[in-house]
Design a protein around this ligand. Structure first.
Ligand SMILES: Cc1ncc(COP(=O)(O)O)c(C=O)c1O
Length: 329
């Protein structure tokens, strides 16, 4: 990495992304590899680089072994949504894999905010990575003395608004979610091949998402989302021990349920429970809260997003409009 390539940036000019920029998916890879941001600036270890110059070593163990951690974070209307929770989870992931993040949480907060400012965005998505750093070709991380911090700001529209109105179709995939005894899904690591394999199955089946089961045959989660079902007015979701990430959006659903006076329970869920649910929805930072209306060819409820899902989405959207860490102060 050539540090001389670092950009000197002018005072940020803020603007809402254009409709076209928003419509361009930043996460689902399109024909063009891009953040969707014009003249994007990418943060690497304290400096900003153009998209073309933002590079890390091929000897970084993040690339060689998926050895590292990440967070996906949203910002709405000039505020970063649930930043503290994302950073707390990042630090937990780091602790779990014995990776020392080379900066304080306070400096990381400022780095995230500054990356958004440099990209002149008010709404979008942040991908924050900490890689193990450069080592030799052996997998032993003791070789890697300097972890790298990378922050990418992007525009995002993972699912078109139609999917929020009409709902997704999911299929159960044969690929089981990694056993917590092997690679705990609670660690948000750079090794997402388990999820990618499931995603490929969904693609091959022509479905919008893949439902991943754990070794016991119970529902764990989808490829990048937590799963919720509703039966007789109550919400259920698998416990973290079923092999689910402790989703930030998942925890917001617990808050919303408490506010709305709807009982919510962590419980083991089978495919059958999904088939016979009155409603189903997925949660994730990128997908937000999105209804599911068909699983393995069975309609869920009446095949339309249900009322509790709709109320939860409405309250979630209110929260994204009203709360968050200010970017421009
Ligand atoms: C495997 C997996 N499960 C669940 C989630 C949802 O978590 P969150 O709501 O924190 O984005 C994600 C997204 O980060 C994920 O990658």
């Amino acid at each position: 990495m050539k540090t001389s390539d670092a950009l000197v940036i002018d005072e940020p000019k803020t603007h809402e992304p254009t409709a076209q920029a928003v419509a361009e998916p930043a996460i689902e890879s399109g024909p063009r590899a891009t953040t969707g941001v014009k003249d994007a600036k990418i943060y690497i270890d304290g400096k900003f680089y153009t998209e073309a110059d933002a590079k890390i070593s091929v000897l970084d163990h993040g690339l060689l072994y998926g050895d590292g951690i990440f967070e996906g974070i949203r910002f709405y209307h000039g505020r970063v949504f649930r930043l503290e929770e994302h950073l707390a989870r990042l630090w937990d992931s780091a602790h779990s894999i014995c990776l020392e993040i080379p900066m304080s949480m306070r400096d990381m907060t400022e780095a995230v905010l500054e990356t958004i400012r440099q990209n002149h965005l008010r709404n979008g998505y942040i991908r924050l990575l900490v890689t193990r750093g450069i080592g030799n070709l052996g997998l032993n991380p003791t070789q890697c003395k300097y972890p790298s911090v990378i922050i990418i700001a992007a525009t995002i529209a993972l699912y078109h608004e139609n999917f929020y109105r009409k709902g997704l179709t999911i299929v159960t995939c044969a690929t089981r979610r990694s056993s917590p005894a092997a690679l705990n899904p609670a660690v948000k690591s750079l090794n997402y091949l388990n999820n990618v394999m499931a995603r490929i199955e969904a693609n091959l089946a022509g479905a919008d998402e893949a439902l991943m089961l754990n070794d016991a045959g119970n529902v764990a989660e989808c490829t990048a989302d937590n799963v919720f079902i509703i039966k007789r007015g109550q919400i259920f979701t698998p416990p973290i021990t079923a092999g689910a990430l402790r989703g930030i959006t998942r925890s917001i659903v617990f808050e919303i349920a408490a506010e709305l006076g709807i009982k919510i329970t962590e419980a083991d869920i089978t495919r059958h429970d999904v088939f016979v649910a009155d409603e189903c929805f997925l949660t994730g930072t990128a997908a937000e809260i999105i209804p599911v209306v068909k699983a393995d060819g069975r309609l869920i409820g009446n095949g339309k997003p249900g009322p509790i899902t709709a109320r939860t989405i409405a309250r979630f959207r209110e929260m994204t409009r009203e709360t968050g860490t200010p970017i421009f102060v």
